[in-house]
Design a protein around this ligand. Structure first.
Ligand SMILES: Cc1cc2nc3c(=O)[nH]c(=O)nc-3n(C[C@H](O)[C@H](O)[C@H](O)COP(=O)(O)OP(=O)(O)OC[C@H]3O[C@@H](n4cnc5c(N)ncnc54)[C@H](O)[C@@H]3O)c2cc1C
Length: 360
């Protein structure tokens, strides 16, 4: 099957890119390995921050319904493959996929990679015991499938994900025994931290996990204080009775497909790790292969949606489509992205983009 554009990943970036392309009249095939489209939005029951324009005060799942409705306006131009994992990407714009044990090939004139990110792990003794989860997995279990991961949880990491998932665990009736953070400060929004602190959760700074304890699954965890080099301080160990350790220590862009096709990828710590070197049109070093959203640097759904819109317009232009008022539209979208990246929480991403050396 051949389409004008294949989008790999149907999170907020992929969905908004699709919506722009469809509006312009371009045929789109949207592929996602999950059962549902929406990426991270499928599990985000909390209300978003930011400006009204970027859907602040709306829940992630409601933003998803809104994006999905937009796509349904173009049934003749859109093909969606869910439960389909892209396992190969080749220079002739051939994409190979697996769905229901079937392996098949698709091709396109242009490809947009919007694969998002994967959760980072943490090395400690017994970190492979059942009961050690990544925070996103816990969120999927609870908010998508209605399953509690356990009864007593230690959260590791005080970024927004660790703070939000701690709160959601409590909403589900799970006891959050405490939260450990290796740095000397909370790294997420203080409003989230205050909320869980008020509910009685201890937040231990300069502290991490030494080991998980248990035979067939987690029965307890040993935590210890860290020195200023983030090394454990012997003698400060403390044992907590928990059945779940939830790791929320950051995300890494999922660039494997881009590396496979030979696109230039650079390591930029501030953007979360390896990211494709895209130009200001969000095109990678490979002609007609674009990338947007968390795969180009860990940010937020609000920025992923704007980057998706920009990428949709840029891809259509590259394929020779006429896009009315495209200069004004792109200027406005870049301006909206700049606004989102202002303030202290945007400083990391601003530094990362400066290292990339383009005006994204
Ligand atoms: C707990 C939590 C809370 C958050 N809260 C907020 C918030 O309040 N406000 C905000 O703006 N942002 C928030 N974010 C961040 C936001 O969710 C992400 O930045 C955003 O989802 C990134 O969008 P994306 O489309 O790039 O990637 P994703 O949403 O991750 O989507 C990527 C999609 O690609 C698919 N995929 C990956 N590889 C393949 C493959 N090989 N084949 C097929 N499909 C593939 C995945 O299944 C996934 O559906 C939060 C994130 C988390 C985890």
């Amino acid at each position: 099957m051949h389409k004008e554009v294949i989008i790999i990943g149907a999170g907020p970036a992929g969905l908004t890119a699709a919506s722009q392309l469809l509006k312009i009249g371009v045929e789109v095939m949207l592929i996602d390995r999950n059962d549902l489209v929406g990426g991270q939005l499928t599990k985000q029951t909390h209300m978003f921050f930011g400006s009204e324009k970027q859907h602040a005060s709306k829940r992630g799942i409601d933003i998803l319904t809104m994006l999905d409705e937009k796509l349904k306006q173009y049934p003749n131009k859109l093909t969606v493959f869910t439960q389909t994992t892209v396992v190969g990407l080749y220079n002739d714009k051939v994409v190979t996929c697996i769905k229901d044990d079937r392996y098949f090939k698709l091709s396109a004139d242009a490809i947009i990679i919007a694969t998002g990110a994967s959760e980072k792990s943490l090395p400690f003794e017994n970190n492979d015991l059942p009961g050690v989860y990544a925070a996103g997995a816990v969120q999927t279990l609870m908010n998508v499938y209605g399953v509690k991961p356990g009864h007593k949880v230690l959260m590791v990491g005080s970024g927004n994900i660790g703070l939000i998932v701690s709160y959601q665990l409590m909403q589900a009736g799970v006891h959050v025994v405490g939260l450990v953070e290796a740095a000397d400060h909370i790294s997420g929004y203080l409003v989230h931290a205050s909320k869980i602190k008020r509910l009685g959760v201890d937040l231990w700074m300069n502290t991490s996990v030494k080991k998980a304890i248990g035979v067939d699954s987690v029965e307890a965890v040993e935590i210890w204080q860290l020195d200023d080099q983030w090394q454990g301080i012997p003698g400060t160990e403390k044992q907590l009775e928990v059945d779940t350790i939830c790791i929320a220590v950051g995300l890494a862009p999922l660039t494997e497909l881009l590396q496979q096709i030979g696109a230039e990828v650079v390591y930029i710590r501030e953007l979360g790790g390896n990211v494709p070197r895209v130009n200001k049109h969000y095109e990678t070093s490979i002609n007609n292969v674009f990338a947007c959203g968390d795969v180009t640097g860990i940010e937020e759904a609000s920025s992923a949606m704007i980057a998706g819109e920009i990428t949709g317009i840029e891809t259509a232009l590259k394929l020779g489509y006429h896009v009315p008022n495209h200069t004004a539209k792109l200027t406005q979208l870049h301006c909206d992205l700049d606004t989102l990246r202002q303030g202290p929480h945007g400083s990391k991403i601003r530094q990362g983009i400066a290292k990339l050396g383009v005006q994204l």
